[in-house]
Ligand binder design. Structure first.
Ligand code: ATP
Ligand code: MG
Length: 580
């Protein structure tokens, strides 16, 4: 028989088992009293724009803080002045806020701790646990050994404490050129973990820093800065990606061997990979600098700035991060799943509009010249509260060119000579004539309206198979529409032919620009960032290039996954590949 105490403990265990392994650790540390509150951090290096992979880390760190009543810091890991810029610092803050998270007053920079880190380096020297080494990078690599062979000790390893202090101070004073000396921890050159073979703590780099200017010409390495920054800030759970698992012993060595005010713990989770996408900052920078895209915010980029410009909502990205979960082994998520999360969100809130992307003129021969009427069409059939809008209807209209075929194949149910279709919310019309240019290209259609079908339904109950969207020719507003598709044509862009690189897999049709698209008149008021569903076409977002009489829309997503068929044939599910 279970005692009541046991059964409530059981319930608690059950509740915890539905949590991912990091949340379980947090819950149990709080319960056992190991920590009294949870403090996490998101630690970007300001050397690029944030991408959807970072969103996973942001949602995890800020999400845990929120769920467990703690706080999450935003800390710039700015220890490498040669690649870091203020532009990135600004964009990162904008993107974290846009995603819906708030660090409150807890904005920090690793560079704020340069003095403290320097003092701790002196502490290690005085304790005989760090030394100045004169090996250059190549020599150091040669001394390091391999996974199978132990390393060799540096000839500078046994310098006296006094000499180390003197040399380290002279390094700081700028007396030596870049790369000529380093400060290294004295740990164990035979250690099975290569990170423990006397890792470098400081290097010489005569480069101005975006925050500290010329004050420093020695900079701490990531491993020496990260854990100690966590300790200074009182971070309880330092969450990072799996590639840092092998660094954890070093992280702990510093925490054990320094008089830090607090002992954080590191946890590792699997980084996000997505099909048809690259998520390496180096490659993203390469795409920007190589002109393969228009910038960090090109709507084809997986950056948060790019996704935002494409029309993604923060809610959709958060839902995606939530649904993919947190695991301990690497896997790749199908990009179609990200797009599904987006459609789920936009379907609920995007206002419906009619937009003809490739116009074909239709003249209604039995509709009076000069007559006009308006139809009230729902803004969103999924949400009656979204109301209706008035759409003008006249004798001359535009329909989508691909909605007509002169000689239709068997399964084509849209407009063709002699055939009747419904114009959304307006009338049933029948095609009575086709006008062509000298080249034999169809340039205009003649149709007959059935006046008894006003509003789009016939009194005799007949219902054509197709309902087309339309725009009144005299009211239409012109727009440029950019049809975006996946930036890469291969599920894994890193599979490329010998002698090529990942850019060989760029999708040549990732952007198709359409000019002279005809939109219903209300869209003239659209502002950059406004999102709509263009009926039968997909979701579109007004681009910041709009303004001064110009309208530009970006296709955010098609209504259905056009790639799904290909996926089904190649056996792709939601999670396509597990590696762990
Ligand atoms: P770099 O290769 O330049 O270090 P990075 O992608 O690790 O790039 P950081 O700015 O160091 O960039 O990342 C900040 C945080 O985001 C880190 O904690 C990192 O682990 C996490 N992160 C980065 N990429 C991903 C990803 N694809 N999935 C999940 N988390 C990620
Ligand atoms: Mg990193």
């Amino acid at each position: 028989m279970e005692t009541p105490a046991n059964s409530s403990q059981g319930a608690e265990e059950k509740a915890q088992s539905s949590l991912d392994f990091i949340r379980q650790a947090v819950a149990s540390d709080l319960q056992s009293g190991k920590c009294s509150g949870v403090v996490t951090r998101f630690p970007p290096e300001p050397n690029g724009y944030l991408h959807i992979g970072h969103a996973k880390s942001i949602c995890l760190n800020f999400g845990i803080a929120k769920e467990f009543g703690g706080r999450c810091h935003l800390r710039f890991d700015d220890t490498n002045p040669s690649k870091e810029e203020q532009e990135y610092v600004d964009s990162i803050q904008e993107d974290v806020r846009w995603l819906g998270w708030d660090w409150g007053p807890h904005l920090y920079y690793a560079s704020n701790y340069f003095q403290q880190l320097y003092d701790w380096a002196l502490y290690l020297i005085r304790a005989g646990k760090a030394y100045v080494c004169d090996l250059n990078a190549d020599e150091m690599r040669a001394y390091r050994g391999t996974l199978r062979e132990p390393g060799r000790e540096s000839p500078y390893r046994n310098r006296s404490i006094a000499e180390n202090l003197r040399l380290f101070e002279r390094m700081k004073a700028g007396e030596f050129p870049d790369g000529s000396r380093t400060l290294r921890a004295k740990i164990d050159m035979a250690h099975a973990n290569l990170n423990m073979r006397d890792p470098v703590l400081y290097r010489i780099l005569h480069a101005p820093h975006h925050r500290t200017g010329d004050k420093w010409c020695i900079y701490p390495m990531y491993d020496f800065a990260h854990g100690q920054s966590d300790a200074i800030e009182g971070i309880t759970h330092s969450i990072c990606t799996l590639e840092f698992e092998d660094h954890r012993p070093l992280y702990e060595w510093f925490i054990e061997n320094l008089p830090v005010p607090h002992k954080p713990r590191q946890y590792e989770f699997a980084r996000l990979n997505i099909t048809y996408t690259v998520l390496s900052k180096r490659k993203l920078l390469d795409l920007v600098q190589g002109g393969c895209v228009s910038g960090w915010d090109d709507p084809r980029m997986p950056t948060l700035a790019g996704l935002r410009r494409r029309g993604y909502t923060p809610e959709a990205i958060r839902a995606f991060c939530d649904k993919i979960g947190v695991a301990k082994s690497n896997s790749t998520v199908d990009v179609a799943f990200l797009e599904e999360c987006l459609r789920d969100d936009l379907n609920k809130r995007a206002l419906r509009r009619m937009a003809v992307l490739q116009p074909l003129k239709v003249v209604l021969e039995n509709y009076p010249d000069g007559r006009g009427e308006t139809f009230e069409l729902p803004n969103n059939p999924e949400d009656p509260a979204a109301g209706t809008r008035a759409v003008p209807f006249t004798k001359s209209l535009f329909i989508e060119r691909e909605d007509f075929q002169e000689d239709p194949p068997k399964k084509f149910f849209r407009l063709a000579p002699g055939r009747e279709v419904r114009l959304r919310g307006a009338y049933l019309v029948t095609c009575t004539g086709v006008i062509k240019n000298d080249g034999g290209e169809v340039i205009e259609l003649r149709c007959k309206v059935d006046h008894a079908t006003r509003g789009g339904s016939a009194p005799d109950g007949r219902s054509p198979k197709a309902t087309l969207h339309w725009v009144s020719a005299s009211h239409a507003v012109d727009a440029t529409v950019r049809l975006y598709d996946r930036l890469f044509a291969k599920p894994n862009p890193d599979e490329y032919p010998e002698g090529a690189d990942y850019k060989a897999n760029l999708n040549p049709r990732s952007l198709v620009v359409l000019e002279g698209c005809k939109l219903e008149p209300g869209l003239k008021e659209a502002k950059p960032g406004d999102r709509f569903q263009f009926e039968r076409q997909g979701y579109f977002c007004c681009d910041p290039d709009s303004g001064e009489g110009r309208l530009v829309f970006n296709r955010t997503a098609t209504l259905k996954d056009a790639w799904a068929k290909i996926q089904a044939r190649t056996g792709g599910g939601k999670i396509v590949k597990g590696e762990g």
